[in-house]
Write a protein that binds this ligand. Structure first.
Ligand code: PLP
Length: 442
């Protein structure tokens, strides 16, 4: 990284005209790293044997040598908005701990108690020998909170989507899935015997086009994230619900990023639009606002009972460990009894969005605490991310194939316990490098 910065500094063609400087930086990086073909993911597809693609896969090493590799940074300690990486304290804006509950002493204490009572794990599947009284309590509390008949607690949110979709979608059924939906939804659809039509992101005309096309199929399932994890967009649930009614489809919402963030008491986007009753299946995770790990599906009893006995991703895997379940139970209680957290999260979100917007970055005008900063070029995105990190800001990146290669972004996300000082620090750092790299005006 130092070498690249020196080369940029030494290059007298890199003058003050920002767009020229930016292009120069991009081309310097590109002479050293084949972004076009690498995408940090193997594209090899030869006939030399199964493991040949691994031997030829050197994109991560190249990126590491250049000092712009953004993944698997080791967090050595964490406390609220601050984490320690490589021995250095940095502000994290790469978090889903929206309500700041991961390290809340009450959550940690509850987890410790469960550890003492039940031990480190369940060593078995919920189905046969891994269901604890704690799992059942959490299922009941979630169902009560969401006004649903029943819930199923699963080991991850990924499995909740994958298991539910793949067991519900039969051979003659059709799923209609937003193109920006989470990978777990893609996987659930891919392993089911049914057909999946992927409609363009938040494009209701395209969704209707497919619904019309399959109007005679009795089994139709519309699946959407309510808040999209990369763009921070909100799904157009009122239109989806209307189309579902018009064409006789069932609706599954993934509220991974909606729970705790939007709606009455943090009940999610369906609640925000007062559409809870129109939603057939509500999926959520514990790995974001509830600060832990795990996922769930809520629906009516007949549906949950079917999924409970049919979903492979639920039946053939070990149950969520006791400490995690107890932590989630405590976090849920806190979320319900301390609505100020959701309010503070929204206040922080508005503050940073205004800050980014005033500097000249494009941001979504909504209350979602996921704020992608569009940089465009992949090389420049990785470079800027590294500069931010060295300056004390830990952010995520989204490059190809997660987003198209010229739409790379730095993904920031915010929490209720970011202080004003943290937010100003982050904004200043983005301003400094945004200007230096010619992404925003001076
Ligand atoms: C929209 C969405 N759905 C599902 C998941 C999977 O959840 P988990 O990480 O709890 O497995 C995620 C996680 O990033 C997500 O963003």
């Amino acid at each position: 990284m130092k070498d690249i910065r020196r080369e940029i500094a030494d290059d007298n063609e890199v003058d003050d005209v920002l767009h020229r400087k930016r292009n120069k930086i991009i081309s310097l990086l590109k002479t050293k790293f084949d972004f076009q073909n690498a995408h940090l993911r193997s594209t090899a597809n030869n006939n030399d044997g199964l493991l040949e693609k691994c031997k030829n896969y050197d994109a991560p090493d190249q990126a590491k040598a250049l000092g712009i590799y953004p993944y698997f940074r080791e967090i050595e300690a964490a406390s609220g908005s601050q984490v320690v990486i490589e021995g250095k304290k940095v502000v994290t804006v790469s978090t889903n701990n929206y309500l700041g509950l991961t390290q809340d002493p009450r959550v940690v204490e509850a987890a410790k108690k469960a550890l003492d009572l039940f031990g480190a794990g369940c060593t078995g599947s919920r189905f046969l020998n891994g269901t604890l009284s704690l799992h059942k309590r959490l299922e009941t509390e979630l169902a009560d909170f969401l006004g649903r008949e029943d819930s199923i607690v699963m080991s991850t949110g990924f499995q909740a989507n994958q298991g539910t979709i793949s067991c519900l979608l039969g051979r003659k059924d059709v799923a209609f899935s937003d193109r920006e939906n989470h990978a777990s939804i893609y996987e659930g659809c891919a392993i089911s015997p049914g057909k999946t039509m992927r409609y363009n992101h938040n494009d209701m005309e395209h969704l209707e086009y497919y619904l019309k096309k399959y109007r005679d199929v009795p089994g139709k399932l519309i699946i959407t994230d309510t808040i999209f994890s990369m763009s921070g967009d909100i799904a157009n649930l009122p239109a989806i619900v209307k189309l579902a009614k018009d064409y006789g489809a069932v609706v599954l919402v993934d509220e991974a990023h909606g729970l705790g963030v939007m709606g009455d008491g943090g009940r999610g986007v369906a609640s925000y639009y007062s559409l809870e009753k129109e939603i057939d299946l509500y999926m959520g995770t514990f790995s974001k606002s509830l600060g832990s790990i795990g996922g769930f599906i809520s629906s009516n009893k007949k549906v949950t009972e079917y999924i409970r006995h049919k979903a492979s991703a639920f039946i053939f895997t070990a149950a969520l460990p006791p400490a995690s379940v107890a932590g989630v139970l405590a976090a849920l209680d806190i979320m319900i009894s301390e609505p100020w957290r959701q309010e503070k999260l929204q206040e922080n979100t508005s503050y940073v969005k205004k800050g980014f917007f005033d500097m000249g970055f494009q941001v979504n005008n909504n209350v979602v605490p996921i704020v992608p900063i569009k940089v465009g070029d992949e090389a420049l995105t990785l470079f800027m991310n590294q500069l931010l990190f060295e300056d004390g800001v830990f952010a995520g990146v989204a490059v190809s194939p997660v987003v198209p290669s010229q739409q790379a972004m730095i993904r920031t996300s915010f929490m209720s316990n970011h202080s004003r000082e943290d937010l100003d620090y982050v904004l200043n750092s983005f301003k400094k490098f945004g200007v230096e790299l010619g992404i925003i005006p001076r």
